[in-house]
Design a protein around this ligand. Structure first.
Ligand code: C2E
Ligand code: MG
Ligand code: MG
Ligand code: MG
Length: 289
């Protein structure tokens, strides 16, 4: 950090070296603070999962939700995952964090699927780093047993990069999870690389179209959405459109055969108490579509 600050300051040719240097040093320090605070956040109960509903585009029925991690920091307030997942990955804290997420999400899934209620699948984000931990499938199996959660009640969301930078054991782990009855979704689909061959090599149930395609006004984005829907149809995969914010976007997706969506149009991610209260029978979801 210090070196690049000096470089930037020299290049800028202005007398603002001190300013840059102080600024960047502060952020390195801040990172260290955040790291040690994150270490304690789990035991102090500062982490929370919020759940964003996934809905059927035709009738607005909620069929599941995505668990999204939040850190309720005592001084900084609510911190979104983009601001600490990377630190967690780089320091190895992600293992402990991931276990907490898994357990919490499975507990919620068990409650959401209590007797008689229609299926509500809870999706769990796993980063590539979590796949490098040995025995991920065993960790998941233990977690299901401990929480009384059935495999059909959860889904794992992974990103394309995991499948593209193929590491030993990825295919095996995914196949094991799949054979346990857990479904697998590709998150942010279309933002990785165009190596589509992995789609036929890996056991994948669902493609989640990245929100950059959904909220673009670019004509070619619309064509790409249609192309993705067509790929999914051919391969027998489900599709969820991410980041749907307007009625127009929902209408376009429905008209082109997309079955499911997620986004602020329907709901923001909700705390557990609120997702538990949302009715799920057709007609009384309370969501306007
Ligand atoms: P993601 O899995 O692609 O999650 C979707 C993100 O889009 C979420 O951001 C969600 O709040 C946001 N979003 C949903 N609908 C809309 C919309 O209509 N408009 C816009 N502009 N945004 C929308 P969030 O919660 O900040 O999460 C960011 C990323 O952090 C996630 O992207 C995921 O990659 C990662 N993440 C979240 N929770 C976990 C976790 O428990 N474990 C791991 N490993 N990663 C996580
Ligand atoms: Mg996700
Ligand atoms: Mg996504
Ligand atoms: Mg993402």
């Amino acid at each position: 950090y210090a070196d690049s600050a000096m470089y930037l300051a020299k290049r800028s040719g202005r007398n603002d070296f001190r300013f840059y240097s102080k600024d960047l040093t502060a952020s390195a320090e801040e990172r260290l603070t955040l790291e040690s605070e994150l270490r304690r956040a789990i035991e102090r109960g500062e982490l929370e999962l919020h759940y964003q509903p996934k809905v059927h585009l035709q009738n607005g029925t909620i069929f599941g939700s995505e668990a999204l991690l939040r850190w309720r920091h005592p001084k900084r307030g609510m911190i979104p995952p983009d601001q600490f997942i990377r630190i967690a990955e780089e320091t190895g804290l992600i293992t402990e964090l991931g276990h907490w997420v898994l357990r919490e999400a499975c507990e919620t899934a068990t409650e959401l699927n209590a007797d008689g209620l229609p299926l509500h699948k809870v999706a769990i984000n796993l980063s590539a780093r979590e796949f490098q931990c040995q025995d991920l499938s065993k960790t998941v199996a233990d977690c299901l047993e401990m929480t009384g959660c059935r495999a059909e009640w959860i889904e794992i969301e992974i990103t394309e990069s995991l499948l593209l930078n193929e590491k030993d054991g990825t295919l095996e782990t995914l196949s094991r999870l799949r054979s346990m009855g857990i479904s697998i979704a590709i998150d942010d689909f279309g933002t990785g690389y165009s190596a589509l061959n992995y789609l036929s090599r890996y056991p994948i149930d669902t493609l989640k179209i990245d929100r950059s395609f959904i909220n673009s006004t670019n004509k070619s984005s619309a064509e790409l959405v249609k192309a993705i829907l067509s790929i999914a149809r051919c391969l027998g995969q489900n599709v969820v459109a991410e980041g749907v914010e307007t009625v127009g976007q929902a209408a376009f997706l429905a008209a082109n055969g997309c079955e499911a969506a997620q986004g602020f149009l329907y709901s923001r991610p909700l705390p557990k108490s609120e997702i538990m209260r949302l009715p799920r029978r057709v007609g009384d979801t309370g969501l306007t579509v």
